[in-house]
Design a protein around this ligand. Structure first.
Ligand code: ADP
Length: 363
């Protein structure tokens, strides 16, 4: 009878061990002296050790720091913990001083009913570095967007307020048109920005569908040249095409390809005050390389790494002479990724820029 009980107990124990081992979260159980009695594979993974930890003191194994990089006195924390403590604000520090964000939950283990006191703790650990960085990115995005929206809204509000005042006073109505024009310009800018944000959000959630179609490269480039001719003419710029005559049909999303090239072309016009804008398309093995080059203000070496970042606009006063959201190239990069195309940039300050796009899907 006793033997049967023991083997039953053994079975139960085995079941429990394999259950704990199959958990995705790290589990560490410690006794009342803070010595480790159980660990699972996930815990060893998180702690990056392959030795057994059984018998070691928890505070020697788990080095934690708080949000302000202050060391946490784990022993003290454990002694204070009477109910479950869970936190996402602490980081685990490795010996090489690298740190990861952790979800940590500490539960005191009580003795069975009728007995007083505690006989240890169970710790659950999870690496939440990726979630934390997404959260931080989202918070930063919200703060940048609200900051970017504030100025145009304030300008539009001020100008409309001014227009109302002028109308009520019925005095100097000559000032009415410029005030309304300024308000209108800001509202147009805001609506452009909201469109950019909507495209961006769909691209980021991977909700943009890629409909591949057969594209006649000659025709597409020709269309773009004639669409942008009027805008270029206003700035006395020449816009022309240079397409490899041997180019055949390209298979990709026409919508996104066009949107990417349009972004390059509008920037080329916006950031140039002289010279030519050339839209080239050449064959490169099984790919087509599009190039949009200008003789405009150019981009400094240090800015070249940043132009594809969210909201980046060069500090150059010539950039600030034209309005922009700093989202165009960021969205362009996302769209290029969706159609498996590569973007590259060559530029020299004061000597113009060339943005290239390599699309590899020739028939
Ligand atoms: P926006 O044009 O709205 O500012 P973009 O994301 O399209 O935003 O471009 C980001 C920045 O890259 C611009 O503000 C500008 O500083 C720089 N840039 C982009 N294209 C050119 C170009 N053709 N010539 C010079 N600078 C450019």
């Amino acid at each position: 009878m006793k033997l049967k009980d023991e083997s039953l107990q053994n079975l139960e124990h085995q079941r429990l061990v394999s259950l704990i081992n199959s958990m995705g979260d790290g589990v560490i159980a410690i006794d009342q002296d803070f010595k480790i009695v159980i660990t699972n594979g996930a815990a060893l993974n998180i702690l990056d050790v392959n030795d057994t930890l059984i018998g070691k003191s928890i505070h020697q194994v788990l080095h934690l720091i708080d949000k302000t990089n202050q060391s946490i006195n784990l022993k003290q924390q454990l002694m204070k913990t009477n109910t479950v403590l869970s936190t996402r604000d602490w980081r685990l520090v490795y010996q090489n001083e690298e740190a990861i964000n952790m979800y940590l939950s500490i539960s005191p283990v009580r003795l069975s009913y009728g007995q007083s006191g505690m006989n240890g703790y169970v710790l659950l650990l999870r690496d939440i570095t990726r979630e934390k960085s997404l959260e931080e990115e989202r918070d930063e995005f919200i703060s940048v967007v609200s900051h970017e929206l504030r100025t145009p809204i304030a300008v539009a509000e001020g100008n409309v307020g001014n227009a109302i005042y002028l109308l009520e006073k019925n005095t100097n109505n000559e000032q009415l048109a410029p005030a309304l024009q300024q308000a209108y310009d800001q509202i147009v800018f805001l609506s452009g920005m909201i469109n950019d944000l909507a495209t961006l959000s769909r691209a980021e959630r991977g909700k943009l569908q890629v409909n591949t179609e057969a594209i006649n490269v000659h025709q597409l480039v020709q269309e773009l040249v004639s669409n942008y001719q009027p805008q270029a003419k206003i700035k006395k710029l020449i816009i022309e095409s240079d397409v490899d005559p041997n180019l055949e049909i390209l298979y990709t999303s026409k919508l996104y390809l066009r949107e990417i090239l349009q972004n390059f072309i509008t920037n080329a016009i916006k950031y140039s005050s002289k010279g030519k804008i050339i839209i080239q398309a050449n064959r490169d093995q099984q790919a087509v390389v599009f190039r949009v080059s200008d003789n405009g203000i150019g981009i400094s070496k240090s800015d070249q790494n940043k132009v594809f970042d969210k909201f980046f606009r060069s500090e150059d006063y010539r950039t600030r002479q034209s309005s922009g959201t700093g989202l165009g190239l960021y969205i362009t990069k996302k769209l290029a990724k969706l159609i498996n195309a590569e973007i590259s940039l060559e530029s020299e300050l004061d000597h113009g820029s060339t943005f290239s796009l390599k699309v590899s899907s020739l028939a």
